[in-house]
Design a protein around this ligand. Structure first.
Ligand SMILES: Nc1nc2c(c(=O)[nH]1)N[C@H]1C(S)=C(S)[C@@H](COP(=O)(O)OP(=O)(O)OC[C@H]3O[C@@H](n4cnc5c(=O)[nH]c(N)nc54)[C@H](O)[C@@H]3O)O[C@H]1N2
Ligand SMILES: Nc1nc2c(c(=O)[nH]1)N[C@H]1C(S)=C(S)[C@@H](COP(=O)(O)OP(=O)(O)OC[C@H]3O[C@@H](n4cnc5c(=O)[nH]c(N)nc54)[C@H](O)[C@@H]3O)O[C@H]1N2
Ligand SMILES: [Mo]
Length: 703
């Protein structure tokens, strides 16, 4: 037998991760046999993470949804029967038309970054919902607190080139666990380490990354703003400020300087739950190392004061002039570099709203619903403030029942009998289980797309490697067919997926020939973009004092001893819920090999906190607060610092131990900037499910 000739197709990883890898997909006889990293793409460097190297396993998963399905059981039960495409699309169009005739805002699209593609994300779907006049979705669930903070400080979501971290002498890995969540950045950090750089990890959890850094500073969740102010205090009193850079390129520093002087290391250390020496030492190193770089990540902005904290940290490299060198500065997100390179208005056609609401600029338009408060909003009645009750939700690229905060309410909302829910999915997720109709979507191996990135500066093209499996259709094709059934005749609804992918970028900014030939193209951006200021603010200066926001400050967590002493007495443990290494948010939880690696939902707890509660490693515990209860296995471990427990995310509720996941415990209060969830601002208590006989004695002994 001669094997069918192998063919290699160029692709892009679609997942929500800073690395956005360039893929090489090997196809034999119409079947994908290998998904590998492109060795030529500098950030990917030929390597993929464990999850995406299993992408074929996910695509050929026996539980893929491969036909449209109609619900036959109760909502949430997950019982469906196959339905033909025509019947499914006719039913959906009829229902949406009837609702839209009363008020199109009663229809809500709900999507996030299941794929980050410009075509299969907010491409044809955005055109469809704009034309319908549906409610807009405020996409806040991940990064908007930090994103708005970065924009307030630098003018846009811009930062260092990831490649130049390899040349840094000191790297602060701040609120980020790159061994889990961006291995390609970690590769550059290791190059720097081998060349003698020092790596410091600032994270409440002793992560795999923290273990491999020279130093780990395990501050309390939500105290990063206080640490940054303490560092500024030291930079001022030891005169480590680059006065020339600050005078020319920073607006509002004199006032912030006064505030920083109120944060001696003793105060910062007390607030952060760390030692005074840790604050002093870090300030000294940051002041002296040239070049010094900060890899900030969104892990530290999922608290009430996340926006303020990002503003403060983002100012540090402006104060020391670290930006003067290409290997100095900060990277939280690079997505702002793509502004103007991505043809958003053409891809998404917000002008189509005018067919429903009249010319833009007349103050009319649909309301906006925040995706982070979907739990409350699905349960809300019509009111003048809110507008119409939500009557239909169309979900794509997201699994809100698992990932949105306060999930008991989210599940109750999606269980509403009078809510019409359509879910485009690969699998029967917790959310799809609540659908009236599930539509089978293609994976990245089966469709066209175009990608930008938020951790590097390359645009990418994804070509389909194989034909769609079963009856699956791409998201774009599903919305194209729905548009036809709704009677929308605008020519944009006829654009093919390939035409949209190829047309996604401005030819003047993205080299179409390079994109075609190698699958990726680098944006032209200066190596040291802010060496001489030039921030994308109106006056080119970074802003310590931002219009409408004033000066940044430390803002204590909603759920903390400072803000809520009574609550903290009942629920004394702070819980964070960072990603598990082998999952990507709630994606891959159903891939057997990856779930086997994670084994069970886990809660890491420090030995001291376990002892006072009589808890042992491996036993099933109840984690609870006023919002609900979550069962998982306790791991007594120094990955958790005293007073903080780590509930690793984000399991599918139905694959958890008792039908819930960690978001049963999180709340819907929003961050200071960006209207985002405060997932890591959450107090809990932990108890044995069946208290061991010696628990009382152990608690007495430890107290
Ligand atoms: N394997 C894997 N990779 C992923 C993801 C995943 O789920 N799994 N998620 C992807 C997504 S959606 C995103 S947005 C990106 C980035 O995703 P992030 O959620 O930013 O992921 P991490 O890099 O793991 O950074 C979170 C780190 O912040 C720490 N942390 C929690 N609270 C605080 C705090 O108050 N202060 C500080 N300093 N640290 C805190 C956590 O312990 C954790 O180690 O990663 C992406 N990559
Ligand atoms: N407690 C807690 N909660 C969190 C977080 C946390 O750290 N702790 N992290 C938060 C963060 S950072 C984020 S970004 C959100 C993520 O939330 P989501 O963006 O909802 O991410 P996923 O859970 O990965 O769900 C994406 C879904 O999209 C589907 N999908 C993928 N590709 C396609 C496609 O081409 N078409 C269609 N139709 N579907 C597709 C996948 O099968 C998957 O079910 O979760 C947030 N929730
Ligand atoms: Mo995210």
């Amino acid at each position: 037998m001669t094997p069918a000739a192998a063919q290699t197709v160029r692709g892009a990883c679609p997942h929500d991760c800073p690395d956005t890898c360039a893929l090489r997909v090997t196809v034999e006889g119409g079947r994908v046999v290998r998904v590998a990293g492109d060795p030529d793409h500098p950030p990917t460097h030929g390597a993929l993470c464990t999850k995406v190297s299993r992408y074929a396993e996910r695509t050929y998963h026996p539980e893929r949804v491969l036909t449209p399905l109609v619900r036959v059981g109760r909502k949430g039960e997950g019982r469906f029967e196959p339905l033909g495409w025509d019947a499914a699309l006719d039913a959906i169009a009829a229902r949406l038309r009837a609702i839209a005739a009363r008020d199109p805002q009663a229809v809500l699209p709900y999507s996030y970054a299941g794929t980050m593609g410009l075509v299969q994300g907010e491409g044809m779907a955005a055109r469809f919902f704009h034309r319908l006049g549906a409610s807009r979705l405020d996409r806040t669930i991940c990064s908007s607190a930090g994103g708005d903070a970065l924009a307030a400080t630098y003018g846009a979501k811009v930062g260092m080139h990831v490649e130049f971290f390899a040349e840094s002498r000191l790297i602060l890995i701040w609120g980020s666990n790159p061994i889990t969540s961006s291995v390609h950045f970690w590769n550059f950090a290791q190059q720097a380490k081998r060349a003698g750089a020092r790596l410091v990890c600032i994270d409440p959890r002793r992560t795999e990354t923290a273990e491999k850094c020279h130093q780990h500073i395990a501050l309390l969740p939500g105290t990063d703003g206080a640490l940054a102010l303490g560092l500024m205090h030291e930079l001022v009193v030891h005169d480590a400020i680059d006065h020339d850079y600050v005078a020319r390129h920073v607006h509002g520093w004199p006032a912030l300087r006064e505030r920083a002087l109120q944060w001696p290391p003793e105060s910062a250390a007390a607030t952060c739950g760390i030692s005074v020496d840790e604050v002093r030492g870090l300030a000294r190193e940051y002041a002296q190392a040239r070049p010094a770089a900060i890899r900030l990540n969104y892990g530290m902005q999922r608290v009430r004061g996340g926006g303020n904290a990002v503003r403060l940290v983002a100012l540090l490299p402006c104060l020391t002039g670290a930006w003067r060198h290409r290997a100095g500065g900060l990277l939280l997100s690079s997505s702002g570099w793509f502004a103007g390179a991505r043809r958003d208005a053409w891809l998404q056609r917000p002008d189509l709203l005018e067919t429903v609401y009249g010319p833009a600029g007349q103050g009319r338009g649909p309301r906006t619903v925040n995706m982070s408060t979907i739990g409350d909003d699905l349960l809300r009645e019509a009111s003048p403030a809110f507008g119409p009750r939500i009557e239909a939700v169309v979900v794509y690229n997201s699994n809100p029942v698992a990932v949105a905060p306060d999930s008991a309410k989210v599940a109750r909302g999606f269980a509403r009998e009078d809510l019409y829910t359509v879910v485009l999915e690969h699998f029967l997720t917790d959310t799809a289980d609540h659908a009236d109709i599930v539509l089978p979507a293609t994976t990245q191996l089966e469709h066209w797309d175009a990608h930008t990135a938020y951790g590097h500066t390359y645009a990418l093209l994804n070509e389909p490697a194989i034909a769609p499996l079963g009856q699956a259709l791409s998201n774009a094709e599903i919305f194209r067919r729905l548009a036809a059934r709704m009677g929308y005749t605008e020519p944009c609804f006829a654009d093919s997926d390939e035409a949209m992918a190829r047309g996604a970028f401005e030819p003047a900014r993205v080299d179409a020939a390079a994109l075609q030939a190698q699958g990726w193209a680098r944006l032209e951006i200066p190596e040291a973009p802010f060496a001489d200021g030039g921030f994308p603010t109106p006056d080119g200066r970074a802003r310590a004092d931002a219009p409408g926001l004033g000066l940044p400050d430390h803002v204590p967590n909603y759920e903390s001893v400072q803000s809520a002493p009574e609550l903290a007495a009942r629920y004394p443990l702070a819980m964070i819920s960072p990603p598990a290494r082998h999952f990507l948010n709630s994606s891959f939880v159903n891939v057997a090999s990856l779930r086997a690696a994670e084994r069970e939902p886990l809660l890491e707890i420090h030995a001291r906190d376990a002892a006072v509660r009589g808890l042992r490693s491996g036993e099933v515990v109840r984690v609870f607060n006023d919002r609900g209860e979550y069962r998982c296995k306790a791991v007594v471990s120094d990955r958790a610092r005293p007073g903080v427990v780590n509930g690793l995310g984000i399991w599918w509720r139905k694959l958890g131990l008792a039908g819930t996941n960690v978001n049963e415990l999180t709340h819907q209060r929003l961050t200071d900037l960006g209207r985002a969830p405060a997932f890591y601002d959450c107090l809990v208590e932990v108890a044995a499910v069946a208290p061991p006989v010696n628990a009382v004695a152990a608690a007495g002994a430890a107290a």
